[in-house]
Design a protein. Structure first.
Length: 356
């Protein structure tokens, strides 16, 4: 069963006819105070990132998917979904008729290199892998050097191997979780098809079983693929949005490597044509960079909660005053929340309409 219900209980003010994203931008939903349609004016937005915050059961997965798929349709681009819940392979079919490839990293490892790649690309991928691994595991210098030497040899001679087998025994002090991480990476496959498909097609990267084994391993997989994606998408980018990356349950990534996420969000994504669609349960999951992340999102949506403290904490990001906070606590229901949409300074009390 999905964590969010497949369909909301629709308020009476929903229109009978389908509403699609048009020249007004991306259709978000219905203003529950005035009954008007609400749009995100993406053409005016300096960035195309969005952040959804909401407690369990508030409908954030449905809201995130609704808006992300509409953004993809508007810009005729593809989605890369990093799925730690195991929901999206089924859920995405409710929102689009486009085909999605499902990539389970426990069945098909992430390739560090393949036999047809240029040496420059192989060297970059090896360094990127080691840097990503080091950012979470803080490896000693001699270990990093040994890994680099071993991977260089494996890739040079096109030797296909799983890294948990190749690198097992290099350091005895690490826990078994390190080998869980290494098991999802491999070298010298005949084709790096999964990664190329991720860049060019609609893909759900299924990390759900890996996440249950070790959230840190899921974070490393996400970061490594995202960084590889930046290198490739930059060369392919011919539109304001070359790729939409959906990151639900963002806390698992922020908890392990918040600095890397902020770097991608601020320094690279705009010039490279990457739009991040993110969701998490609490704004505090993003500390100490919550302010920076919020400032770089053109759409911020906080879904309903009867907790006043919840809204007080979010008020600065939504421009909610005292009266606004009190109003927000009264609107409770799946898919209902407060949205701050660029370029508007005032927030909207909105029902996120999943009917497109």
């Amino acid at each position: 069963m999905l964590l969010d219900s497949v369909a909301y209980s629709f308020p009476h003010m929903l229109l009978d006819t389908p509403i699609k994203s048009d020249k007004n931008g991306v259709y978000i939903g219905i203003d529950i105070l005035f009954g008007k349609k609400i749009y995100w004016h993406t053409e005016q937005s300096p960035r195309h990132h969005m952040l959804v915050v909401g407690p369990t059961g508030s409908g954030k997965t449905i809201a995130l998917t609704t808006i992300a798929t509409r953004l993809a349709n508007l810009y005729n681009t593809t989605l890369a979904i990093f799925d730690v819940k195991g929901e999206y392979a089924s859920l995405i079919r409710l929102f689009t008729d486009k085909n999605f490839i499902v990539w389970n990293v426990l069945q098909t490892p992430i390739p560090i290199c393949n036999c047809s790649e240029a040496q420059e690309d192989i060297t970059h991928s090896i360094r990127l892998f080691i840097n990503t691994l080091n950012s979470l595991y803080k490896l000693p210098t001699y270990i990093r050097e040994q890994i680099h030497e071993q991977l260089t040899k494996l890739c040079k001679y096109c030797y296909e191997a799983s890294l948990d087998n190749v690198l097992r025994g290099y350091w005895v002090e690490e826990s078994e979780t390190m080998y869980t991480t290494l098991s999802i990476f491999g070298t010298a496959s005949e084709s790096s098809a999964p990664l190329h498909l991720l860049y060019q097609k609609n893909v759900v990267m299924d990390l759900s079983k890996l996440f249950l084994l070790d959230p840190k391993a899921a974070a490393i997989a996400t970061l490594y693929v995202l960084k590889r994606m930046l290198r490739v998408v930059k060369d392919l980018n011919t539109s304001p949005i070359a790729k939409i990356v959906l990151l639900d349950e963002l806390w698992y990534l922020a908890q392990s490597s918040i600095e890397d996420l902020v770097n991608i969000l601020i320094r690279y994504s705009r010039g490279y044509g990457i739009a991040l669609a993110m969701a998490t349960q609490s704004i505090d999951d993003l500390n100490p960079y919550a302010d920076v992340i919020a400032e770089n999102c053109s759409t911020i949506l906080a879904l309903s909660s009867s907790s006043r403290n919840y809204w007080v904490r979010l008020s600065r990001y939504l421009n909610l005053g005292k009266k606004g906070i009190e109003n927000a606590t009264k609107f409770v229901g799946q898919g209902i929340g407060v949205a701050k949409l660029y370029p508007h300074e005032k927030p909207f009390y909105v029902y996120i309409d999943p009917i497109d």
